[in-house]
Structures are given as C-alpha cells and as structure tokens.
Design a protein around this ligand. Structure first.
Ligand SMILES: Cc1cc2nc3c(=O)[nH]c(=O)nc-3n(C[C@H](O)[C@H](O)[C@H](O)COP(=O)(O)OP(=O)(O)OC[C@H]3O[C@@H](n4cnc5c(N)ncnc54)[C@H](O)[C@@H]3O)c2cc1C
Length: 278
C-alpha cells in the first residue's frame, strides 16, 4: 500500500481491485461476499496511514468511476473517483461555483466526502445534497438530512462504498472561481510545500484551537522518530523524511499527542485514517 498512499508507507493488501464499471463492481462485491473477504474503498490515499503488516482484505479503488455531469441548472453529480479539482473546473465552465475551497485539496470526491474535507471553515458536505452509496450490495440514495456529519466526520456503515455525490452549487462568474482557485493554490504552495511526502494535517484541530500551535507550544516541531518527522515548515504535518515505516509514524504521533497533553491538557485526535493489521 506504500505505492497507493501519499505517506508512502504500509504493507500489502490481500487484493487491490480497480473495477471497470458498475457491473464489474457488483460482480466483485458478490465474489468478496462468497470469499468472506472484508473490503475498503479508497480514493488516492492522501489521508491514509496503512500499518506495516498491511490489510487483510480487499482494497477497492474507484478511480475509473470519474464522471462529472450537470443534472439541472445548478446541480452537479460527480462520481467518487473524480478529482476534486476536476469537479471545480467542470462547475466553473458552466458558470457554477461555491466549492472552490476544495480545488487544492488533493484526492477524489469519494475521499473528500468520506472525510468531509474542507478548508477555511468550509466542509464539502455543507454543499452536498445527496449521496449514492453501495450498501449491502444495493445502490441507495441518501439525502444529507438522513446522515450524521460534522467537522472531518461522516457516519457511514462499515463496508459502505460512496459511488457518487450530488452538489447544489451557486451561479458564479468563471473569473470569480478562477480567482478563488488561484488564491487557494497559491496559499497551499506557500504553506503546504513541506518538501517531503505527507498526508496533510495529521491531527484534527481541537474546537477553537489550531493543532499546529499546540504542537509548537509542546516544542515538537522538527522532532523525529525513525524516518518520520514533524515538519519544520508546518508542525501539523508529519512527513516521511526518507525510509519511514508506518510504525515510525505511529510512534511519532504518540510522542506528539503525549507532549501536547503534558503542555496544554488537550488530547489531539488523528485526522489521518489509520488502517491495517495492528
Ligand atoms: C498536501 C496535502 C494537503 C491537504 N490539505 C487538506 C485540506 O486542506 N483539507 C482537508 O480536509 N484535507 C486535506 N488533506 C487530506 C486529504 O487530501 C483529504 O482527506 C482528501 O479528501 C483525501 O482524499 P483521497 O481521495 O485521497 O481519500 P483516501 O485518502 O484514499 O481515503 C480517505 C478515507 O476515505 C475513505 N474513502 C475514500 N473513497 C471512498 C469511497 N468511494 N467510498 C467509501 N470510502 C471512501 C477511505 O477508506 C479512507 O477512510 C491534505 C493532504 C495533503 C497530502
């Protein structure tokens, strides 16, 4: 899985499947059930820390499900494997906007929905009308009012696969969106250019506080464990400075959490999804 995650660590999965289309995915699900093999969908692995012993079960990549379409004047439906920026650009070309804040968030629509990815106080699910899920082998539609979600959080059932999302956008001048995209990408180039593989912010911001400030206050900027390091550029980014293992990240994360708790009494919670055999 080190080949499929931005942290570039993690042991192998038993199976890595890239279904061609809906029928192929349905057949795969039938096969997995018959084999009694658990599964997990992933996007581009920008928020995943896979343990060194890997994953017992199947990883399903929806990279071939990447269609984006206009469903009415201001609604756009995007399949889970579409890139965030591709979605923003598609909307922009049709005079729609309001989700420019996801343009610079690396990954897919499915990953963004699962994480309620966001920036500058925005979350993608605030702009989402409904989700198409593959649950218990059936394609089901859910309006956001039926689902529980919050900051970097969406409650789903284990095994749910997000197939697509419907976004309600605003009519918006293409130039305005261009300016929003440009500002976002520029800000990220200056703040997120940490020079090493990362998964973005490793910890969630505790209510009303910035995780990076707490990490700095605990004196952890630049701290290393094996090949894992608290970035010198952005202290909420844990980076692979070369040859890191997943265990290096887990140990460094525990060190950071401990130091922050000792100095500020706050328990940090990982934003990065930690998966695989313990
Ligand atoms: C440099 C950098 C900057 C970043 N900046 C931000 C930021 O500003 N804001 C932010 O929120 N995040 C940020 N991130 C984190 C990351 O980009 C987001 O969490 C992104 O949404 C992950 O998308 P992905 O497609 O890579 O998902 P993955 O990492 O592949 O998956 C994330 C989770 O979603 C699940 N998942 C993915 N697809 C599906 C699906 N189709 N069905 C069911 N479950 C699914 C996975 O199982 C996993 O639990 C940043 C990361 C990096 C490296």
């Amino acid at each position: 899985m080190s080949l499929h995650t931005s942290l570039k660590v993690g042991g192998p999965a038993d199976l890595y499947a890239v279904p061609e289309d809906a029928a192929d995915l349905q057949n795969l699900m039938i096969w997995l059930r018959n084999e009694n093999m658990p599964w997990m969908a992933i996007g581009k692995g920008y928020n995943l820390l896979v343990r060194d012993k890997g994953i017992r079960g199947a990883i399903i990549s929806l990279e071939r499900f990447n269609r984006v379409e206009l469903t009415d004047k201001i609604c756009v439906r995007a399949e889970a494997g579409a890139d965030n920026l591709a979605l923003v650009r598609f909307a922009q070309e049709r005079g729609l906007g309001g989700i420019g804040f996801i343009s610079g968030i690396p990954g897919t629509v499915g990953g963004a929905i699962r994480m309620n990815a966001g920036a500058y106080g925005n979350g993608i699910l605030e702009h989402t009308q409904c989700l198409t899920l593959l649950r218990d082998g059936n394609v089901q539609e859910f309006c956001m009012g039926e689902l529980n979600f919050g900051y970097r959080h969406l409650s789903l059932e284990p095994g749910d696969i997000i197939l697509a999302a419907l976004f309600k956008l605003q009519e918006c001048d293409a130039e305005c969106t261009e300016e929003e995209i440009r500002k976002d990408l520029e800000l990220r180039r200056s703040k997120h250019n940490v020079g090493f593989p990362s998964a973005g912010s490793f910890f969630k911001n505790p209510s009303g506080q910035a995780a990076w400030r707490l990490i700095d206050a605990a004196g952890m900027r630049g701290t290393r464990h094996g090949g894992a390091m608290v970035s010198e550029v952005h202290s909420n980014f844990l980076v692979n400075s070369g040859g890191a293992t997943a265990d290096d990240f887990l140990q460094l994360s525990a060190m950071v959490k401990n130091a922050v708790f000792q100095t500020s009494g706050v328990t940090l919670e990982e934003e990065v999804r930690i998966v695989g055999v313990e």
